[in-house]
Design a protein around this ligand. Structure first.
Ligand SMILES: [Zn+2]
Length: 76
C-alpha cells in the first residue's frame, strides 16, 4: 500500500499553503543611460549599456536587415 494521507486537508489549510502561489510583478529599474525600464543586473535591451559600457550591439539587427533588403534590390 502506498503512503496515504491520514487526514483530509481542510480548505483553510489548503488556502494557507497556497498563500505563496502567486506571480510577483517583474521588478524593472530605469536604465541610467536611456531611462527605459530594464531588468536589474542585466544589460539594457534598448541601448545595450551595462555598467557604463556597451555590451550589446543594439543596431546590429536593424543594420543586417537593411543590408539584406539592399542586397535583394541589387540582385534584380
Ligand atoms: Zn538603456
Amino acid at each position: 500500500m502506498p503512503a496515504v494521507p491520514k487526514k483530509k486537508t481542510s480548505h483553510a489549510r489548503q488556502g494557507r499553503r497556497r498563500t505563496h502561489l502567486f506571480l510577483q510583478p517583474t521588478a524593472l529599474t530605469p536604465c541610467p543611460q536611456c531611462h527605459q525600464p530594464r531588468l536589474a543586473h542585466r544589460a539594457c535591451p534598448t541601448c545595450g549599456i551595462y555598467h557604463g559600457r556597451e555590451v550589446i550591439d543594439v543596431g546590429a539587427k536593424a543594420r543586417r536587415r537593411q543590408e539584406r533588403e539592399s542586397g535583394d534590390q541589387q540582385g534584380r
